[in-house]
Design a protein around this ligand. Structure first.
Ligand SMILES: [Zn+2]
Ligand SMILES: [Zn+2]
Length: 177
């Protein structure tokens, strides 16, 4: 089974291959990269953020139109929120096989730090692999270095390695057995 990653046109094009490769490495699954001009809905004017659940409806629509069998991840630049959370790095809905991540809070510029392309690519790769991991049936992990650990802050995201811990790796292998 392959994974499809849809890149909204606002995401810097140079990120696609490096992030796609990181996700492929973590999950050991083939990844197809698709460019799209996505109609992003769910804008909340008071929050100046987008409702990740509303965007997932759009992802489901695109998944059907494209005839994708496997998991589909959309990557956007829009700042996301979900439920009671002030913000989310991403959101997955395993029942539909759809996920979204935003690079808005993965960029050093958001924290007024010096730009670093590898930081951004690593974070997007970890978050993308995390959400796709949920679509493949993985749960949150207590190992702070595992991709399936749920980070509450950028520091926690940065502490994760671009890999699954042995127990999540075994759980993922069991899905394909
Ligand atoms: Zn998660
Ligand atoms: Zn783990």
């Amino acid at each position: 089974m392959g994974v499809t990653i849809i890149w909204d046109h606002q995401v810097p094009t140079g990120l696609r291959l490096p992030v796609g490769r990181r996700i492929e490495t973590v999950l050991r699954l083939p990844v197809t990269l698709v460019d799209a001009d996505v109609l992003i809905n769910g804008f909340h004017p008071e929050r100046n953020q987008y409702d990740a659940a509303a965007i997932l409806e759009r992802v489901l629509f695109m998944k059907g139109r494209m005839g994708c069998e496997g998991p589909v991840l959309l990557v956007v630049t829009h700042d996301l929120y979900a439920g009671g959370c002030d913000f989310v790095f991403g959101l997955a809905r395993p029942q539909t096989g759809c996920a979204v991540i935003s690079i808005a809070r993965l960029d050093n510029a958001f924290y007024r730090r010096e730009d670093d392309f590898d930081d951004l690519a690593d974070r997007a790769g970890k978050e993308g692999a995390h959400e796709i991991g949920h679509l493949l049936g993985l749960e949150h992990c207590t190992d702070p270095e595992c991709v399936m650990f749920k980070p509450a802050t950028l520091a926690e995201l940065d502490r994760k390695k671009v890999m699954l811990c042995p127990s999540c790796r075994a759980a993922l292998a069991a899905v394909f057995r």
